[in-house]
Design a protein around this ligand. Structure first.
Ligand SMILES: [Zn+2]
Length: 263
C-alpha cells in the first residue's frame, strides 16, 4: 500500500504553527525595541543614550524658561522686553547661521543678562550625522557665538532633541553639557498664546525646564508673537505662586542642594 507523500502527523502541525508564532513574536519584540530606541533618541527626558539635564526634583520652586532657534527678528527682541519687565533671565539656544546673520541681536540678549547657548550651526538631526559632521556643527555654532559676543556658555541642546551616545560624547569632548527639557510648549504648532500656556501648565510640576521658541529653524522671521504673550502670562502666573525663574546655569548650580535630575 502506498503511503501518501506528505501526510503530516497530528503533532507536526502545532510545531509549524508555534514556529510561525515564534518568528512573529521575535520580530514583534525587535520592532518594539526599534521603536523604543527611536523614541529614546528623541524623547526629551529619555536617559538611555546618556545623561542629559532635564530639570530639578519635582516640587522645586524654580522654573527655567528656554528659547530655541533664535536669534529672530523681531520676536527675540520683543521677548527681551517682556523678560526685562519681569526681571527674569532665560536661556537661549541659538542656531549658528542665524547668529552669523544677526550678531547684533545676540549681543542684546547677552547684554540683558541672559544665557546664550549652542543649538548647532544649521539645525540637523544629529542622530543621523557622522561624528565629523556633529563636531563641525557644534564647533561652527560655537565660533559664531564667540565672534558675536566674545564668549560661549558650556551649554548645548540637540535640534529636535535628536541624539545618540556619539552626539553626547562629542559634545562633552568639546566641553558642552547637553541640556534637554521636560515641559514642551508646542509653540511651533499650538498658537494662540492661551493654548501654549495650557500645554505648559499641564506639564509644570516645579523644577522644570520649559521649551519654547523665539525663532524657527527653517528660516529667520518665524512668527513667535504668541510665544511672547504666553511668556508674559506664564511669568505672571508662576511668580504669583511663589516660583523663581532662573537660567539653566543657575538651576544646575542648585542641583546639589535641591535635588538632581527629576527622572
Ligand atoms: Zn531647534
Amino acid at each position: 500500500m502506498m503511503r501518501s507523500r506528505w501526510n503530516p502527523s497530528k503533532s507536526e502541525r502545532p510545531i509549524r504553527y508555534n514556529l510561525v508564532m515564534l518568528v512573529a513574536l521575535v520580530s514583534g519584540i525587535a520592532a518594539a525595541g526599534a521603536i523604543t530606541a527611536g523614541y529614546q533618541s528623541m524623547a526629551p527626558t529619555g536617559q538611555w543614550y546618556g545623561r542629559t539635564f532635564i530639570g530639578l526634583a519635582r516640587g522645586t520652586k524654580q522654573l527655567a524658561l528656554t528659547y530655541d532657534d533664535g536669534p529672530n527678528d523681531p520676536h527675540t527682541l520683543r521677548l527681551l522686553e517682556v523678560l526685562a519687565r519681569h526681571n527674569v533671565h532665560a536661556t537661549f539656544f541659538m542656531i549658528g547661521r542665524y547668529v552669523r546673520q544677526r550678531p547684533d541681536i545676540v549681543r542684546q540678549v547677552i547684554e540683558a543678562g541672559h544665557i546664550v547657548a549652542n543649538h548647532t550651526f544649521t539645525h540637523p538631526f544629529l542622530a543621523f550625522q557622522s561624528a565629523a559632521d556633529i563636531r563641525q556643527q557644534l564647533s561652527d555654532c560655537r565660533a559664531a557665538i564667540q565672534d558675536a559676543i566674545g564668549a560661549h556658555s558650556n551649554l548645548f541642546r540637540p535640534p529636535f532633541g535628536s541624539r545618540r551616545p556619539t552626539v553626547l560624547r562629542i559634545a562633552r569632548e568639546l566641553g558642552l553639557e547637553p541640556i534637554m527639557w521636560n515641559v514642551t510648549g508646542y509653540d511651533w504648532s499650538a498658537p494662540p498664546a492661551a493654548n501654549i500656556e495650557r500645554k505648559c501648565t499641564k506639564q509644570i510640576r516645579g523644577g522644570d525646564v520649559i521649551l519654547l521658541h523665539d525663532g524657527g529653524h527653517q528660516q529667520m522671521g518665524a512668527d513667535r508673537s504668541q510665544t511672547v504673550i504666553a511668556t508674559d502670562n506664564l511669568i505672571n502666573r508662576y511668580k504669583s505662586e511663589g516660583y523663581d525663574f532662573v537660567t539653566i546655569p543657575q538651576m544646575m548650580d542648585g542641583r546639589k542642594t535641591i535635588g538632581g535630575n527629576k527622572r
